[in-house]
Every structure is written in C-alpha cells, then in structure tokens.
Design a protein. Structure first.
Length: 527
C-alpha cells in the first residue's frame, strides 16, 4: 500500500505543482489535499478521481447513496478526526466511506479489532462524509445552534468552521462542473434544500439538516460582503471567486421568507462567454437579416422575451460585433453583468436617482454612436430612447413581451404615440432558449454502460440554444402601426412578409436533431 500511496502523491503533484511544496513543508498528505481543495486549486471530485485511478478503488456513486443509520459503538469525534463514515454491512465485511486513502492500513487494523470482522473502504467526498456525520451523529449539538439570533460574532464563528467552508466551496465547484447558472439555498420547515438551475431547469443537489442553515447562510453572506446579522431585509452583493484556475463572478441575492432567508447565487463564468452572434443558434437567413439591422446607423432595435431567455447574451454579442473602435458605445444597465473592453458601461442606482431614464438622458450628451439601454421600463425611458433614435443614434434595448409584435403593443401601453414607434422602431428580435440534446448520450441519459450519463447528469440535455423570430419593420407595417391595427393583424402582415414565428423556428431545430419535441412543448407553454 505504501508504494501506491507514493503514486497517489506523485499523481496529485503532477496535477498541482504546489502540492510538492506543501509536503516539503512538513504537511501530511491528507492535510495537503484538504488545503488544495480549500484553496480551490483542485476539486474533491478531481481528488477522488486520482485516488480511484491509482488505487483501482471505485468511488461512491452518490446517485444511489442512502443515508446510513447511526452506529452507537463508535464516537463522532473518532469519525470526524479520521474522516470516516460507517456505511453498510456486506456479508462478513463492514464497509466505511473514506475521504482519503492515506491511513487505510492503520484504520483497517484498528477497526477490524473493534468490529471483530473485516473492514473495507470506499472513497467518497469529504463534504458528503462531513454532512452525514453532522446529520446522523451531531443532531443534538446542531439543534443547540439552530437559532443563533443576531449574534454576529457567533455567526462568524459558524461561517468559519472548516466543514462549512469546504461545503460551500464544493457546492460552488459542483455547480460549475454541472454548468449551473444559479444556486438556490432554501430553508424549508424541516430541512435545507440546495438546488442548481441547469439549462434553465432547477435540479435538487442537496438536502441538509436545517440546523446547518445559519452557518451556510452566514458563509455565503461573508463571501458576498453582506451583513450577516441582517435577515429581515433583502440584500444584494457580488464577488469574484477563484475555483481552481477558473474565476467566476457571483451575484448574491437574499430575501426574508417564513423559514429564514432564500438565497440565490447567480454564477457568471467569464471564461465561458464568447458573445458571438454565430454561436447563438440563429439560422443563416435570420442571422443575415439581424446583422443587416444592426448595421443601420440609427433607429431602435429591441430584443424581447421573458427573464432568462438570453436577451442580455444576444445584446452583448451585438455590442462585441459593433465594437470596432470607430464607434462610441455607451450602455446603461441593471446590473452590468459583463465588462467588455472598449465600451463605456454605466450601472443604474435608483437609490441616488440614477435610473435608466436619468442615465440615458446624460448618455445622449456623450456623443455616442450606439446606445444600449438594459431595459425600457417606463414612458420616460421610452421617450428618451425614441428621441435618441430619431436624432441619429442606434439604440438597442429589451422588453418583456411574449413575441415580437408584442413589443409594439407594450410601447403603446406605455403611452408612446404610434407614429413615433413607426418612425423609430426598425426591428424586434424575439427569443427563447431550448435545451440541446446531450452530445454524449444522444438524449438517452445513459452512459452506454448502463449507468447515468455524467455529462448531462442523466437528463438527456446539455447546453442550450436559441429559437428566434425577427420582425423587420417595413412600410406596410409602419402604416399598420400608425393605423393602430390589432396585434393579430400586424402579426399576419409580418408573417406574410417573411417573418418565421418562434415555434416554427423551434420545429426546424427539432427536425435537425438539435432539441426534442418535448422540450419545444415545454417552452411553447409560455408562448
């Protein structure tokens, strides 16, 4: 076993050169592994993969994991110190979950004498073992710390516990590995539920003992520089976080609910965003029409759809394409999600009176060529945007409407005159995001060896693409807008003149094998 442990150390050192320095400094291998994981230089899953590959030991499949029962013959202190969890009897063998393999020979000797039978080990994440020890063996202690009140010092102590730090770090690492966009931390009546939003759909990741909630919530608040003692009011924060060699921007939102606070962390991966119009899933014909629209020197172009439909990504892709240093591009956003070189980006701050309308009013004095308004929310913003478009500026913005024609109705509802809409509006792009069939399993959710596909976590989908409809305002449509024709009639004119509806674009992607009929039907429910 000793020579195999040396192989483990060598494999980790090849993955993380800093590992050798930790060992040379006198740190024990298990402690060095833990240090690397806590620094975010290697994830627990990556460590387990190294152990498993070198030692030939199959790690625990958490999909089939069942919480073990409490074993009263062994203390919680011993299990915590050894990072072990009694798991199950297997004939004459007692199986334990272990976070690392370095002490297996000694532990096997001690535990075999204690149990009076053979002992085997299976690798499992340290965070899983710690959670189960907390759930199964520490319930009484945990109940005592369930409601720490507003004692900031105590909350900081809870948030600084090594187990909690590792748990939150691993939660972030797993979210990135699974390509999640958001993490939802939700205290319920009897448990703490953590869910990931992956490709627009929420998936349950963890159920934790409710007494762990104050420590986890406080840790997340500390990361986001929020007030950890405040739980009665909503809070917003942001931070940059390093996980391995990846840097992510985390937006944190908290709101008070009946059982504590609902906490949502939005993960913005700077390394994953290309902002390329050709990568968004537009058909060649639609892309050509849209590129033609954004090449005009003035007018308004709107991107519409519900929250989470990819509008911001589309607009950033437009900005990136237009940003050739010959144009002055200024944005006013809420919030600024990504910083792009060459753009002057302004974030609204209603607390000091810097609204979209106020920001836009000052932007037009900055001699811009292109203006991006994060969202047209009211009549004042709409009026200033239209005035900017009519005086030689290209204005891009978003609206929350179900389809392209709905943007015309929405502007009318705000009180904008029809002749102004007809004069300033040049085009509307409506969009939704649909999940793509997993490229590894072909949508079956299976790995090909009978197990679940790890690339898509068994869902059959991995990644998303857009479905679109592009409304280009021609003379016939301008007359229809000025004449206040019903939206249904305007839609018929647009389709007659070449607009392909959203669902038709979606059906074409089903036929091309990009997505499924079931996924299209799921999205169609909101159209």
């Amino acid at each position: 076993m000793v020579h195999r442990i040396a192989e483990v150390e060598q494999a980790i050192a090849e993955r993380c050169p800093e590992y050798s320095a930790l060992l040379a400094g006198g740190m024990a291998p298990a402690d060095a592994d833990r240090e690397l994981a806590e620094r975010g230089m290697i994830s627990e899953n990556e460590l387990l993969a190294v152990y498993a590959r070198v030692l030939g030991v199959e790690p625990l499949d958490e999909e089939g994991f069942r919480q073990p029962e409490r074993f009263d013959g062994i203390t919680e202190e011993y299990l915590t110190g050894q990072e072990l969890l009694p798991y199950r009897w297997d004939g004459e063998v007692f199986e334990l979950l272990a976070a690392s393999p370095y002490e297996w020979e000694r532990q096997a000797y001690e535990l075999a004498a204690f149990f009076g039978r053979k002992v085997s080990f299976r690798l499992a994440q340290r965070s899983l073992i710690e959670r189960m020890i907390s759930r199964v063996y520490q319930q009484t202690e945990a109940e005592e710390r369930r409601f720490p009140g507003d004692d900031e010092h105590k909350l900081r102590q809870l948030a600084g516990e090594a187990r909690i730090v590792r748990l939150v770090n691993e939660m972030l690492s797993q979210a990135l590995e699974r390509n999640a966009s958001d993490i939802h931390v939700e205290p319920e009546e009897t448990q703490l539920v953590i869910r990931f939003r992956i490709d627009g759909v929420l998936h349950e990741y963890l159920n934790l003992p409710l007494p762990d909630y104050p420590a986890i919530a406080s840790r997340i608040k500390l990361i986001g520089a929020l007030n950890i003692a405040e739980s009665r009011l909503p809070q917003d924060g942001r931070t940059n976080f390093q996980i391995g060699h990846r840097e992510i921007d985390i937006r944190i939102s908290t709101i008070p609910i009946m059982n504590g606070e609902s906490i949502v962390m939005r993960l913005l991966r700077k390394d994953a965003m290309k902002f390329d119009l050709r990568e968004l899933g537009m058909s060649e014909m639609l892309l050509a029409g849209f590129e033609d629209l954004i090449s005009i020197p003035h007018g308004i172009i709107l991107v519409v759809g519900p929250t989470g439909s990819g509008k911001t990504t589309t607009l950033y892709s437009v900005m990136r394409q237009l940003n050739d240093r010959r144009r002055k591009i200024i944005t006013v956003e809420d919030p600024v999600e990504y910083q792009l070189p060459g753009l002057s980006q302004m974030q609204v701050n209603p607390k000091i009176g810097l609204t979209f309308a106020a920001g836009l009013r000052h932007i037009v004095r900055q001699d811009p060529d292109v203006i991006l308004v994060g969202e047209i929310r009211d009549r004042e913003t709409a009026d200033i945007a239209i005035n900017a478009a009519l005086t030689g500026h290209l204005v891009l913005s978003t609206l929350h409407t179900n389809d392209a024609v709905g943007a015309i109705t929405r502007l009318s509802d705000m009180g904008v005159e029809g002749f102004l809409v007809a004069s300033a509006l040049f085009g509307v792009l409506s969009q939704r995001l649909v999940r793509k069939i997993c490229s590894r399993c072909g949508g079956s959710g299976n790995s090909g060896h009978g197990g679940r596909c790890r690339f898509c976590s068994g869902s059959g989908y991995r990644g998303r693409t857009g479905i679109y409809e592009l409304l280009r305002i021609d003379d016939e449509l301008r007359n229809a807008i000025v004449g206040r024709l019903p939206s249904g009639e305007i839609n018929r004119i647009a389709c007659r003149n070449g607009m392909i509806p959203l669902l038709e674009d979606g059906r074409r992607k089903v036929e091309q094998g990009v997505t499924t009929e079931a996924e299209l039907l799921r999205i169609a429910a909101g159209i």
